[in-house]
Structures are given as structure tokens and as C-alpha cells.
Design a protein around this ligand. Structure first.
Ligand code: SAH
Length: 275
């Protein structure tokens, strides 16, 4: 335990003291156990000079990050109540904590601070994949992302070709990063307790994408292919004359999308761009 922990109220006391009303529509499920938040941060070392935390809420994870002394930690929460709960922490880390109240979905977080830059966040379940997709578009600005998702979503992000979870999200993520799961967190670690298990995953951006193709076209092709994942590719890609393209690439048009590698999808995206 850090000395500063003794000066701060517990997370539970912080909620009580500030008379906090949990806002379910903002996906608020808080972690009270600082050993757990310490574990998430320990797995995110070495800590970059710039750290960005989305959705700090009452600030458990925030405290664990600050103990590792980044030059600056930017926190962004949509709920103004979070700012109130972080006031005591801010007193201790005056110069290194910058609290922003705002919607992270509409905030260019990749412009905050200087490189190297990392994200550490326990994301709200309902908009986790939207946020991830946005950050993947700007992946060159980040050096490490440690993110908590609902377990089912985490499984889709790290899925390999041929598995039932493989799809748009795994392709976009693993085209640009090396992904791995760190550990699961049971629902009873949160207050209020959610219905689902969570998983912490880590994404390490690749030096360059696996294959040179635009984000938009790979997003479009994977969306088309996986919106009908049980159909053969020649059917789901019919509107863009998929059968001819697939034959040109020596990929069987009778395959289903889960049987194609990431590179295969990149090649299809590239060739469809050129047509
Ligand atoms: N990190 C904290 C809280 C996680 S709950 C902990 O682990 O205890 C998710 C947090 O994300 C909530 O505080 C919620 O207010 C915030 N949030 C929800 N939607 C958001 C958005 N669009 N932008 C920024 N923060 C958001």
C-alpha cells in the first residue's frame, strides 16, 4: 500500500461522502478493491509518460495509475459526479492529474499529452466496442491499450480465424495490434454487480499494419461478410461482384467468412478499393 492511500477515503466512503447516484445508462459498475486495480496497472507496465483513463468514475483505477507516477494522467468521464469524487485524489497529485468531464466518444484523446501514450480503462459495457473502433482508427498515436470489456466482447476481440467469435472486431484489432487476454474479473467485484463477467485485455500496436489497406475498406468488407456469417462469401459479397474478385485472389467463393485469414480480408478490401 502506498502512503497516500492512508490519506484518502476508501472508494466506498468516496461515494457516500459525495452522495453519489449510480447512473445505469452510463454503464456505471465500480471497482472498490484497490488490489484489483493495482493488478490491472501492474500488467500495464512500463507506464508511459502520458496515460489516458476513460471513465474513471470514483477513481479506484485512477489511484492505482497515479501511484506509478506517469508525467500526466488525463481522465475523461461523461458524468460530472466523477469530477467530485476525484477531488481528494487531485489534492495529492496536483500536477499530474488532469480531469476532463466529457464524452470520450467525441473527444480526440489521441491528441492528449505527448508520445509514448497509453490507455488504461474499465470501459462502460454498452459503448466499449464503439470506443475501441474509434481508437483503432488512430492507433499510431498509442503505445499500449489495457482495456476491460464484457467477457463475450473480449473473446470476440482476440478471436482467431476459424472460431465462432472471429469477426469484424477481431480482424480490425489484430490487423493493427497484437492482442492478448490478461485475466477475467468476476461480476461480484463490481458495485453494482453487473450480469456479466469482465475480461481485461491488452493491445500492443504493431509497428505497421499487417497489410497496407485503408481502414474504411476493411471495415466495409468485414461488415458485409459477417453480417451474413453463415452464408458463402459469393453470396454476402454479391453486390460488389465478390465471386470474380475472390477468384482473382485464388480464394474459394464457396468459403464462409470465418475461414478467411486477416490477410485474405485485407486483399479483398484492397482489390475492391481498386475496382
Ligand atoms: N473506472 C471505474 C468506473 C467504471 S464504470 C472503475 O473501475 O471503478 C464506467 C465509467 O465510464 C462510468 O464512470 C461512466 O460515467 C463512464 N462513462 C460512460 N460513458 C462514457 C462516455 N461516453 N465518455 C466518458 N465516460 C463515460
Amino acid at each position: 500500500m502506498d502512503n497516500n492511500d492512508f490519506k484518502l477515503p476508501t472508494i466506498k466512503e468516496t461515494l457516500k461522502k459525495n452522495n453519489i447516484k449510480i447512473n445505469k445508462s452510463l454503464g456505471q459498475n465500480f471497482l472498490f478493491d484497490l488490489n484489483l486495480t493495482d493488478k490491472i496497472v501492474k500488467n500495464s507496465e512500463p507506464i508511459c509518460p502520458t496515460v489516458i483513463e476513460i471513465g474513471p468514475g470514483p477513481g479506484g483505477l485512477t489511484r492505482s495509475i497515479l501511484k506509478k507516477k506517469p508525467n500526466v494522467l488525463y481522465t475523461i468521464d461523461k458524468d460530472k459526479q466523477s469530477e467530485k469524487m476525484l477531488i481528494d485524489v487531485k489534492k495529492i497529485y496536483k500536477n499530474s492529474l488532469i480531469i476532463i468531464t466529457g464524452d470520450a466518444l467525441h473527444y480526440p484523446i489521441w491528441e492528449l499529452g505527448v508520445s509514448p501514450r497509453q490507455i488504461i480503462a474499465n470501459l462502460p459495457y454498452n459503448i466499449g466496442t464503439k470506443m475501441l473502433t474509434l481508437w483503432l482508427k488512430h492507433i499510431q498515436h498509442f503505445d499500449l491499450l489495457t482495456l476491460m470489456f464484457q467477457k463475450e466482447v473480449a473473446d470476440r476481440i482476440i478471436a482467431k480465424p476459424g472460431s465462432k467469435n472471429y469477426g469484424r472486431l477481431s480482424i480490425l484489432t489484430n490487423w493493427l495490434t497484437k492482442s492478448k487476454k490478461l485475466f477475467d474479473i468476476p461480476s461480484n467485484a463490481f458495485t453494482p454487480k453487473p450480469k456479466v463477467t469482465s475480461s481485461v485485455i491488452q493491445l500492443k500496436p504493431l509497428e505497421k499494419p499487417l497489410y497496407d489497406v485503408s481502414f474504411e475498406s476493411i471495415e466495409k468488407i468485414t461488415q458485409m461478410a459477417f453480417s451474413q456469417r453463415r452464408k458463402m462469401l459469393k453470396t454476402s459479397l454479391k453486390s460488389i461482384n465478390g465471386e470474380k474478385m475472390l477468384k482473382e485472389l485464388d480464394i474459394s467463393p464457396n468459403l464462409r467468412p470465418e475461414n478467411l485469414s486477416i490477410i485474405d480480408f485485407c486483399k479483398i478490401a484492397k482489390i475492391s478499393d481498386e475496382k
